[in-house]
Design a protein around this ligand. Structure first.
Ligand code: BV8
Length: 270
């Protein structure tokens, strides 16, 4: 544990070769005790939790023909009105990446953590559905899911549509364009999901912020809601974020390495 230049404690999580060459990660005992005593754990995840699966984060530069676009410029209703095909193809490209990779050890460790706590709420900003694929239940999807499609005009999720070769395809009900069922910038979050996230942050005794830069609102305010209600906040991120100076434990490392070690340390499997 070393106090970073900014004077707050960051726990650098690095495997150290200690016993018979097997990687061992040291987790502070007071963090283990906090987890074992926790009654309600709430977790907020961002793109970083899927990075080790091979899904680019929003901070990662876009590649290929998307390199010249900022995600914020494509993920908006105006961008879709201006050029529906461009935005549809961007989501098709992202859906294709997600379809070719798998959840990682971090996703599975969170599904495991839920089995050891009486009350557990997993809130995600991710639209890749990897938490559910890794076995997590009742995942609160704040920003939707790119595997679902809805009508641009009526906002109704559409499961089947006639593929008349038009891109984007048309809504079978009203004929307007179909769009991915995700929340675009400037759009309201699903009220039930947002309320469930705020409620969990307000009652939890431990709140995790994992793999998020904490720049997009209202999701970025959830750790502060938890702090204001007396919860201990733990951040897992290889880089410093605006939240790092405020948390009880800042675990600086990749979530696919840190989370399995944390769960094993707190709830050793036989
Ligand atoms: C709204 C879905 C109003 C689509 C997304 C207050 C102040 C300022 C601005 C605003 C404000 N309130 C609202 C705004 C505007 C805006 C906003 O916040 N803008 C930002 C850019 C300043 N918010 C909105 O527009 C929201 N809507 O406010 O509506 C309203 C209200 C009522 C009625 C009508 C309207 C909607 C926001 C949601 C937008 N949709 N996604 C899609 O995916 O295409 S946001 C999208 O970007 C993601 O879902 C996520 O939320 C965000 C990306 O952030 P992260 O997930 O954190 O990812 P990032 O790449 O940034 O960082 C990755 C992190 O992981 C890094 O820190 C890195 O170090 C770390 N990492 C890397 N590898 C690892 C790792 N960590 C662990 N392990 C590793 N291996």
């Amino acid at each position: 544990m070393d106090a970073d230049k900014a004077g707050f404690c960051v726990i650098r999580i690095r495997p150290c070769l200690k016993n018979r060459g097997r990687n061992v990660i040291q987790i502070p005992i007071d963090l283990i005790q906090l987890l074992r005593a926790a009654k309600h754990i709430a977790v907020l995840t961002g793109a970083g939790v899927s990075a080790e699966s091979g899904v680019p984060t929003f901070r990662d530069a876009q590649t290929g023909l998307w390199a010249k676009y900022r995600p914020e410029d494509l993920a908006s209703p105006d961008a879709f009105r201006r050029n529906p095909r461009l935005v549809w193809d961007w989501y098709a490209w992202r859906r294709d990446i997600v379809d070719r990779v798998k959840p990682n050890a971090g996703h599975y460790a969170l599904a495991e953590m839920a089995r050891h706590v009486s009350s557990f709420t997993l809130i995600t900003q991710n639209v890749d559905g990897f938490h559910q694929q890794a076995g997590s239940e009742n995942v609160v999807e704040l920003h939707g899911n790119l595997r679902r499609v809805k009508c641009f005009r009526e906002e109704v999720v559409i499961d089947e549509w006639l593929d008349a070769g038009e891109v984007p395809p048309r809504c079978p009900r009203c004929g307007d364009h179909l769009r991915p069922d995700v929340v675009w910038f400037g759009e309201r979050l699903p009220p039930a999901a947002l309320q469930a996230a705020i409620d969990a942050a307000a009652v939890c005794d431990v709140f995790f912020s994992i793999g998020t830069s904490g720049l997009v609102e209202p999701a970025a305010s959830l750790p502060r809601v938890a702090m204001e209600h007396g919860a201990k906040v733990i951040e897992i991120n290889p880089t410093i974020t605006p939240l790092t100076p405020l948390v009880s434990f800042a675990l600086s490392g990749p979530s696919g390495v840190v989370l399995p070690a944390l769960v094993q340390a707190a709830w050793p499997s036989r």
